[in-house]
Design a protein around this ligand. Structure first.
Ligand code: PEP
Ligand code: MG
Length: 914
């Protein structure tokens, strides 16, 4: 006997046996829609009789271009059984059976594949159907729909070939809408459509119902590889080899009078998650009328008045379905002459807000566990909830201007300004909503960025300065929109002749990487008000904190810390649930307007004394910064990174200064010229061809130790002051860009001495502090056992580690070749966004293992941009990180992602298996 390709709806036990019992495998075999119909049939819910052709048959068809052996015969046998159960006959003019032929893959792909309704309708059976429905207009409308649907889906005739004659017909009759078409009109149209089929394909529209069924089955198989379906699978990650099932279902008619009807409903509100029936219905109508909005639908609760018995049945069934699936259901139903038929049940699509509310409510109702609730919400949904968003409808009609890398999510609307000073002035003084547009940004643009609602750059990638800073401050940002040509002189930008001038409005969608001309309305978001989300995140934290949830060391799940430079960011991080600061980039503090001239003086000083004098001026500022951070993080660790960037970043731009000097010389302006010339010489002397690999990080501290000595003094003075005020302070001093342990041997002991001296001076006897390093150079990872002799903690700086491991410039790669690399499949994803486990990830794993050989209690974290990326967070859990640190705005996302991975690997010993 040939393989079983076709299952009647009541043959679920057979299907389960074939696949070994798992529900997931049943869904894979019968498709989601099919499995739902089978399951409802088993539960005694009234489902119109029918059968399903399996996804396996579809896959065989894709391979051979023909039905697998025995499949069609099995369809015919199943059809006979359906005839028996309905008491109708396929193709019998006196008592015709009609069926629908619907696609249904394992995962729902709404509208992406084909469906043909009213199969069995022919010239001969049309009369029978008129008798059955008493509605000739409907029958002829259905008939012409069948010819049209069949013509386009099965025979591949363009929609236009049908739309044109219909439009001409209506024009001739002076009709505006389809609703004006009478039964005779639709009958005439059916004839016209048949002529279209004949003309285009040289065949008569099949009058043989079985031929219709065979061709429709084949068309559904074919639609699996249609462009729409393939594109959808690419976008959603649904594998190509799943195939679609074909569901052949007896047609039931909701248009048989006022005791018939049809509707669609959700068991909870899919927009808000509220626990109430949500949906629409129409009496004396067919399914399409509800969906197409041709007639005004009624609210589902009104059905209680019209048909109380049916409504009660409906509520009982849907409640049962929801309890059975433990999920909000999206159902389709038809009432045929007072009898309720369920046509579909599946878990309903919902907004992020509804997803959270439904998960929390269902856990509180005892329907699902807290763990299940946490797993039901995706990190992306949390992300969506935390950023203002564009009104979806308004966005659809907005004018797309440019596309780039979606660097920092959220929606921003503002007036365009092309430099940081003007952006700040307009934002702060004029209280304008500003979008700052630059080719790229530098540290001295930060003030303008902070004053902006959104940022757009034409260069740079996901870890460019603009991207990192924007994420840190939660500013929606699109970077690397290469089609935008910015003319800083003319104060305008241009995309293919479409010019936007300074002061004009644009809208930036950092979630999708798009920019639009004009203002798109937004809707706001705040965590404090989202009580369900707060509850869900507290469950996520609870899961991560469970001892033993992770095998290996540490035994608990990941903690989530935040990257924060200023006290107000630290406060926000706390309010978003961060339990530590994983990175404070101290150099940002040097860019404050009153500090920058002192910093420049310090850099330009000829002697150590001169440098120390300037640093002494900076010390009180830094102390105050740290004081504020410690206070905000009372009781939690704060990692402060010592100065990292090359010094030229704090100096005026060399090119600009050169232009100024030349202009002054040409104009003969003497005043101030000598100072500028001297400054230019100094800046030139600092020039490096590869500053990212030059005098920065710990190298700078060794060449010029006075800066970090001041910083360490400021850290410990602030720590001591805070301790004396009763604040619990846990400072961790982080040395950046270490490549060899010798660097630490050189610098760390002097800094430790300063710490001890300060604490002694201040009379503080006990303080919980650490000295550690970033691991962001491959050599540091490889020699981690040595490095850990001094470093009490490691923090992976994966922005630099990715840059140095691949040898890709983090500022240029995305613009130049990374997009191509991803498109060509050379790289699976952008490694600056998602950790490259095989290369960078392996180095991290090695560093953790080696480091812990030397220092078993070594604290390990990550503070590169990957710390907020769910995929990368998973890797951090696997290799045994204590925490991940990310922008405050990503903290809730990371908390959820950390719980997901803890549950995924719960109790498993993972590091060695990977
Ligand atoms: C890193 O390199 O990952 C890091 C956090 O440091 P920065 O981005 O400041 O170089
Ligand atoms: Mg770095």
């Amino acid at each position: 006997m040939s393989r079983k390709w076709v299952y009647l709806f009541d043959e679920i036990a057979e299907a389960e046996e074939v696949v070994g019992g798992s529900w997931d495998a049943v869904r894979a075999l019968l498709g989601g829609k099919g499995a739902g119909l089978f399951d409802m049939t088993r539960a005694g819910v009234s489902v119109p009789p029918g059968f399903t052709v399996t996804t396996e048959a579809c896959n065989e068809y894709q391979g051979n271009g023909k039905f697998p052996e025995g499949m069609w015969e099995q369809e015919l046998t199943a059809l006979k059984e359906v005839e028996k159960r309905t008491g109708k006959k396929f193709g019998d003019p006196a008592n015709p059976l009609f069926v629908s032929c619907r696609s249904g893959a394992k995962f729902s792909m709404p509208g992406m594949m084909d469906t043909v309704l009213n199969i069995g309708l022919t010239d001969a059976t049309a009369d029978g159907m008129i008798k059955l429905t008493g509605n000739p207009r409907f029958v002829w409308d259905s008939h012409r729909r069948l010819v049209e649907m069949f013509g386009s889906v099965v025979l591949g005739i363009s929609d236009e070939a049908f739309e044109k004659p219909l439009a001409e017909y209506k024009a001739k009759k002076d009709y505006k809408h389809d609703i004006e078409m009478t039964a005779d009109d639709w009958k005439a149209m059916t004839g016209i459509f048949k002529t279209v089929v004949k003309k285009q394909k040289g065949i008569d529209f099949p009058q043989e119902p079985l031929e219709q069924l065979r061709l429709a089955t084949e068309a559904v198989f074919k639609s699996w590889n249609g462009k729409r379906a393939v594109d959808y699978r690419r976008a959603t990650g649904i594998p190509d080899d799943l195939g679609t099932a074909v569901n052949i279902v007896t047609m039931v008619f909701g248009n048989m009078g006022s005791d018939s009807g049809t509707g669609v409903a959700f068991t909870r509100d899919p927009a808000t998650g509220e626990r109430k029936m949500y949906g629409d219905y129409l009496l004396n109508a067919q399914g399409e009328d509800v969906v197409a909005g041709i007639r005004n639908t009624e609210k589902i609760e009104d059905l209680a008045k019209e048909m109380p018995v049916v409504y009660q049945q409906f509520l009982d069934i849907t409640t049962k379905l929801e309890r059975h699936y433990k999920e909000m259901q999206d159902v389709e139903f038809t009432i045929e002459r007072g009898k309720l038929w369920m046509l579909q049940t599946r878990s309903g699509k919902r907004t992020a807000k509804a997803a959270v509310k439904i998960a929390v409510d269902m856990a509180n109702e005892g329907l699902i566990s807290k763990e299940e609730a946490v797993l039901r919400v995706t990190p992306e949904q949390v992300d969506t909830l935390l950023h203002p968003q564009f009104d979806a409808k308004a966005k659809q009609s907005a004018e797309l201007y440019a596309k780039g890398v979606n660097a920092s999510p959220g929606a921003a609307v503002g007036q365009v300004y092309f430099d940081a000073d003007t952006a700040e002035k307009m934002g702060k003084e004029q209280k304008q909503d500003v979008v700052m547009v630059r080719p790229f940004t530098k540290p001295d643009d930060v003030h303008g960025m902070i004053a902006s609602k959104g940022i757009l750059t034409s260069e740079g990638g996901a870890t460019s300065h603009a991207a990192v800073v924007a994420r840190q401050f939660g500013i929606p940002c699109v970077v690397g929109a290469a089609m935008v040509k910015i003319d800083l002189d003319k104060r305008q930008m241009n995309v293919d002749g479409n010019v936007v001038k300074e002061g004009e409005w644009i809208s930036v969608d950092g979630t999708t990487g798009e920019a639009f001309v004009g203002k798109i309305p937004t809707v706001a978001a705040s965590l404090e008000e989202q009580t369900d989300l707060l509850t869900l995140l507290s469950w996520a934290d609870e899961i991560c904190a469970r001892p033993g949830i992770r095998k290996g060391w540490p035994e608990r799940g990941l903690q989530v810390w935040a990257n924060a430079d200023y006290p107000k960011d630290a406060r926000r991080a706390r309010s978003y649930g961060a339990v530590g600061i994983g990175l404070c980039r101290t150099e940002h503090m040097f860019f404050e307007p009153e500090r920058l001239p002192v910093v420049q003086r310090m850099i330009l000083a000829d002697t150590s004394e001169g440098r120390i004098a300037a640093l002494n001026e900076l010390l009180p500022f830094q102390r105050k910064d740290f004081d504020g951070l410690f206070e905000a993080m009372n009781g939690y660790p704060v990692i402060i990174r010592l100065i990292d960037p090359p010094l030229h970043e704090f100096m005026p731009d060399e090119e600009k200064l050169f232009e100024e000097v030349v202009t002054m010389r040409v104009k003969g302006e003497r005043k101030g010229l000598a100072e500028k010339e001297a400054l230019l010489v100094d800046i030139k002397s600092m020039h490096e061809s590869n500053p990212m690999m030059g005098l920065r990080g710990v190298r700078l501290s060794i060449v010029m130790p006075e800066i970090v000595e001041m910083q360490v003094r400021a850290i410990f003075e602030a720590a001591a002051d805070c301790t004396q005020r009763g604040i619990v302070v846990k400072p961790e001093v982080m040395i950046p860009l270490t490549g060899t342990v010798k660097e630490l041997e050189w610098i760390q002991p002097r800094l430790v001495r300063i710490a001890a001296t300060v604490l002694k001076e201040k009379g503080v006897k006990k303080l919980d502090y650490k000295f550690g390093t970033m691991i962001e150079i491959p050599r540091a990872a490889v020699t981690a056992a040595e490095i850990a002799k001094l470093a009490e903690f490691f923090s992976f700086g994966t922005n630099d580690l990715t840059q140095m491991t691949f040898g890709y410039s983090r500022d240029d790669a995305e613009r130049n070749f990374l997009v191509t690399y991803v498109e060509e499949g050379i790289l699976p994803v952008n490694p600056f966004q998602t950790l490259d486990r095989e290369g960078v990830g392996r180095l991290m794993q090695m560093a953790v293992e080696e480091g812990r050989k030397t220092r078993p209690d070594l604290e390990v974290g990550i503070c590169g941009e990957h710390g907020g990326d769910p995929e990368s967070i998973e890797w951090c859990h696997i290799i045994g990180n204590h925490y991940v640190s990310c922008s405050p705005f990503r903290v809730p996302i990371a908390r959820l992602a950390a719980a997901h991975v803890a549950l995924k690997y719960s109790g498993k010993r993972i590091a060695e298996d990977k």
